[in-house]
Structure formats: C-alpha cells, structure tokens
Design a protein around this ligand. Sequence first.
Ligand code: SF4
Length: 173
Amino acid sequence: MGSAIDKYLELRAKIDERSNQLHELHHDKMKCKKGCDECCMSFDIFPVEFYAIKQQLDKIGFSASDLPQQPQNDEDCVFLKDGVCSIYEARPIICRTHGLPFLYVGEEENWELSYCPMNFEGQAPEFFHVENTFAQDRFNSELFMINKQFIENHTEKQFKEFDLISTQKLLAE
Ligand code: SF4
C-alpha cells in the first residue's frame, strides 16, 4: 500500500488532468488568465495536503524570503506575489480548479452549480451537466479517505478527521 502522501500526489495529478480537459472544453467562456487573483485567498486544507505541499516546498528550497511582503489580512494568501502564485507547482488542489464550473450536492440534497461570476457570461444553467463540470464531491471523498489514512499513520500529530490547517502555516512550520 502506497503512502498517503503518494496517494495525494496521484489524486492531484488526476485532478490536474480533469481540470485541463475542462479548461480546453470551456476556454472560450472563461476569462481566467495570469494576473487575475480573484480566487486567491488563504485556504484551510487537510493535513495530508499540508504536509505534501510542505515536502515539495522543502525539496525545491522555497523560502519565505522569496515573498515580497506579508499579506494585509488573514484572508489573503501568503503565496500571492504580484498577482501570481509563487508556489504554482505545489499549490493546493482547490487552487487547481479555480474558475471551473462545479456540480455538487447542496445542503438540501439537491444539485448545485457554482463557477466564477466573471466566467460563463449569459450561459443558461441547463448548459451544465455531469460531463462538462468538475465533480467536486467525488474528488473530495477521495481526498477525505487519503487524509484518513494519513492521520491514522501519524497518530503522534493527534489530528482528527475534520481538522484543517491554514495554508498560511506553511510559512511557519
Ligand atoms: S496558493 Fe497560489 S493559487 Fe492558491 S490561493 Fe495562494 S496564490 Fe492563489
């Protein structure tokens, strides 16, 4: 059985593949481009993702001194530098799907659709279906199970199933 971090990296590659397919499919309706940082904020992520990113940043020798300034408030992402992600290759899964249309089961067990309001201008909701949207619930379930394995293998860290860690702490560890 592979390590939880290896499984996380496999899932991340799968999500990149699906995100790339959706970008190709929707590129004419999406305004996402380098320099747009509307989706960038400080996210809370599962421990397995936190430590996988931490490992990757350590491997490439990333240092906080590479960042020009600290964010003005707790909601800003510490890795945003001049409107560009300074840890692009290691960025969390949530950042890999910015701007794409999502379908997920809402609180009342109904299907809900979400996407950046700058994209898909004038597009009727009926246009979206399971084949042309990102299946958020399926990927989240896979990530949840991988994180479960991670915390079971690292009982010394005393994480609980729903514990999350802010990406800001990547600079502190
Ligand atoms: S990690 Fe990168 S892509 Fe994600 S919110 Fe921060 S700057 Fe944006």
